[in-house]
Design a protein around this ligand. Structure first.
Ligand code: ADP
Ligand code: MG
Length: 321
């Protein structure tokens, strides 16, 4: 199988056909139409084997997650996803691997209404780069910089599960079979909060997706908005499986574990009722965790109101440690 056969066989029909794609896979570049009065929102994320996922991760999960992390970035902007491109570096053209990879990618692409419109394929260490594009009505993207003093801070879903999955898979934590199964599922198949992100246009003042951990990512929002915040540790939403472990492992993983791809949503006080009304219809829970205030930085307080130090604020590729 040569490069062109591989592309034709596995990547020429991934996702939902769309009337706004005039030229897709097969030419030198794709040609698409951006709807009138909308802005194009563009994001990209790179997944490297052994760094972003363990080498033994199933191909189906790799395909799914490579797209999911990009859709999560679009969701965090309040964008409606539309198209994506993919650069793929593969050690060898293993057919059963490619089939499963394409199936995982395709399942999420179809469910999200996005279409693969192009890419590039080379031989090399397993690396997947996806660039995703979406739309927002002009001026309505939800930025990191919009948080104001007095705004309420919420998160979707539960925190820390993906990191516990990875710790279990790499033997750093011993887990029951059921707990490992649950955590690994959250690690391998994060749910991009696309529908939720879209619905938050006009409601959220700022938003970010939690890829590097709550403390790090909420920290980005606070810095961009030139505000501070305090959050209550006891309010952090964790899964039942995490709850069972909390006496043993504490709250650090919920505070600073990465890879959950939940949304951290900042909402002005007069929009909180609208948020709660919206969220009643969502599949995921939302939890209020704190308040934006004037004093710069993020303060985490325990049930007694004492300040908590976070040991490892978040994942950072070029950190010295
Ligand atoms: P070029 O020589 O212009 O770079 P290629 O031969 O690399 O073109 O690619 C041929 C066509 O296949 C192009 O339309 C390109 O966008 C598409 N393509 C290549 N690799 C991928 C991939 N991994 N996923 C989707 N489309 C791909
Ligand atoms: Mg090429």
């Amino acid at each position: 199988m040569n490069e062109f056969e591989l592309i034709q066989r596995y990547f020429s029909h991934i996702g939902q056909s769309r009337p706004d794609v005039n030229v897709g896979v097969g030419d030198d570049a794709a040609v698409c139409t951006v709807p009138k009065n909308q802005e194009l929102v563009v994001t990209t994320d790179l997944l490297v084997a052994g760094i972003h996922f363990p080498d033994d991760t199933p191909a189906h999960a790799i395909g799914y997650k490579a797209l999911a992390v990009n859709l999560s970035d679009l969701a965090a902007m309040g964008a409606e996803p539309a198209w994506f491109t993919m650069t793929l570096s593969l050690p060898e053209p293993n057919e059963s691997w490619l089939q499963e990879f394409a199936r995982g990618l395709s399942e999420l692409a179809e469910a999200s209404g996005v279409l693969l419109i192009g890419g590039d394929t080379t031989r090399g260490a397993l690396t997947i780069g996806i660039q995703a594009c979406g739309f927002v009505p002009t001026g309505s993207a939800i930025l990191r910089s919009g948080a104001r003093v007095g705004d309420h801070i919420f998160v979707t879903g539960t925190l820390g599960d993906a990191t516990l999955g990875l710790k279990g898979e790499t033997g750093k934590l011993s887990l029951s079979v059921e707990a490992q199964k649950y955590f690994s599922q959250r690690l391998r198949y994060p749910t991009p909060r696309t529908r939720e992100g879209l619905a938050l246009r006009g409601i959220a003042s700022a938003m970010i997706d939690i890829s590097d951990g709550l403390v790090a990512d909420l920290g980005h929002v606070l810095e961009s908005s030139a505000v501070g915040a305090s959050i209550e540790q006891g309010n952090l939403p964790v899964s039942d499986y995490y709850k069972e472990l909390v006496d043993q492992i504490g709250w650090d993983t919920a505070l600073s574990g990465g890879d959950d791809y939940e949304l951290c949503i900042v909402v002005p006080p007069d929009h909180v009722a609208s948020l709660n009304k919206l969220a009643a219809e969502w599949d995921c829970r939302i939890t209020e965790i704190g308040i934006v205030d004037q004093k710069s930085g993020l303060r985490i307080v325990d049930e007694e109101g004492s300040l908590i130090e976070v040991a490892h604020p978040g994942y950072e590729h070029f950190s010295e440690q």
